[in-house]
Design a binder for this molecule. Structure first.
Ligand code: NAD
Ligand code: IPM
Ligand code: MN
Length: 356
């Protein structure tokens, strides 16, 4: 393998709960994978999360977006969320803040069955469950526009705006269609709720109908989100590329994760093509199992693989995926997948496999 001259500069934000356990394992795995490729990683750890927030109020420093753009090639993040912060303010500021302020408009969430024994769906094979959800990541009902009037009274009004812009919808649809084309995939499904959301999702409908004519080789279809989620479970082999709005993508990717083995295995990327991007497992901080050394680090390891692929190291990424497949085959897993390894033991197993 050809050594890559310039080190890759990675900011690591383990965050809260199991993020603090699985991310160090992912770093170990990623380091083992790139050592083999002769590439160096420069890792900078950032202690942002609930502990820091409760200590000194820090969430996302004002200069963070500029710092990431200037000093880093990628961000690896664990999870944000802690029962001691019921407002979830630090998570909104850091996680959503980075997605919005770095304009990471593509949230890529692959749902790939790596071992047939992992799916709860009857008689499904690896061939049947292999699709990717492209979730719009900078708009929708996540933008934090709205407010509460007369809070705590019987007259209370709570407004939460759902923002859909021409630019935002157009670019995520374009990304999904181009992904399908460049990967020679033939099926793309756009999902919305335009039967009820007559303004915002009408925009999705119009832009989708216009754009699909540019991709005649792709069988593009539409499903309402309620039907889509049902169809994913009924017959996941229908899907190769799914594109949808921010909130529906959040929900669809948890459903997709579960049919492919569970949240502990699911990776994701928050991407702005060509710019510093952020990679995180799909799961959250899982407070009930945090601190027990039992969380599955594979989703984070596969997230590390997505990050390496994005950084131009596809071979190292493929080796991580192969290591995870081997671990699954040999039952070297944490309890969520029926194994008896701890988080650290599972990370060590993957790193040792990669060092061979
Ligand atoms: P969660 O993903 O943390 O947990 C859901 C379920 O999956 C739990 O039963 C948990 O034990 C299990 N699980 C998740 N990851 C696992 C792993 N790696 N190994 C084994 N089991 C795993 O979702 P939740 O319980 O809805 O949320 C908990 C907190 O995390 C909340 O504060 C939420 O806001 C936050 N959250 C953060 C992110 C993120 O930062 N990207 C994502 C989702 C949820
Ligand atoms: C995710 C999470 C976040 C989201 C939460 C923590 C705000 O569920 O990354 O999937 O909804 O985007
Ligand atoms: Mn989610």
């Amino acid at each position: 393998m050809t050594p890559t001259a310039t080190p890759k500069r990675i900011a690591v934000i383990p965050g809260d709960g199991i993020g603090k356990e699985v991310i160090p394992e992912a770093v170990k795995v990623v380091q083992a994978a790139v050592a083999h490729a002769g590439t160096k990683l420069e890792i900078t750890n950032l202690d942002w999360g609930a502990d820091r927030f409760l200590r000194d109020g820090t969430t996302l420093p004002a200069d963070a977006p500029e710092m990431f753009r200037r000093d880093f090639d990628a961000i690896l993040l664990g999870a944000m969320g802690d029962p001691r912060v019921p407002s979830n303010q630090h998570a909104a500021d850091i996680l959503l803040g980075l997605r919005f302020k770095l304009d990471l408009y593509v949230n890529v969430r692959p749902c790939v069955l790596l071992d047939p024994r992992l799916t709860p769906l009857r008689d499904r094979t690896e061939r049947d469950i292999n699709f990717v959800v492209f979730r719009e990541n900078t708009e929708g009902s996540y933008v934090g526009m709205g407010g509460i009037f007369k809070k705590g009274t019987p007259d209370e009004i709570a407004l939460q705006e759902d923002v859909n812009t021409y630019k935002g919808v157009e670019r995520i649809l374009r990304y999904a269609f181009e992904y399908a084309r460049s990967n020679k995939l033939t099926k793309l499904c756009m999902s919305d709720k335009s039967n009820a959301l007559a303004f915002g999702h009408d925009l999705w409908q119009r832009l989708f109908k216009k754009m699909r004519t540019e991709y005649p080789e792709i069988q593009s279809s539409h499903q309402f989100i309620d039907n889509l989620l049902m169809q994913i479970i009924r017959d996941p082999s229908q899907f190769q590329v799914i594109v949808t709005c921010n909130m529906f993508g959040d929900i669809a990717s948890d459903v997709g994760a579960q049919i492919a083995g569970g949240l502990g295995l699911a990776p994701s990327g928050n991407i702005h093509p060509g710019q510093v991007s952020m990679f995180e497992p799909v799961h959250g901080s899982a407070p009930t199992i945090a601190g027990k050394n039992e969380a599955n680090p594979m989703g984070s390891a596969l997230t590390g693989a997505m990050m390496l692929d994005y950084l131009g190291l596809p071979d190292a990424a493929k080796r991580i995926e192969a290591a995870v497949r081997s671990a699954l085959k040999e039952g070297k897993t944490t309890p969520d997948l029926g194994g008896s390894l701890s988080t650290r033991e599972c990370g060590d197993w993957l790193a040792n496999f990669l060092a061979k």
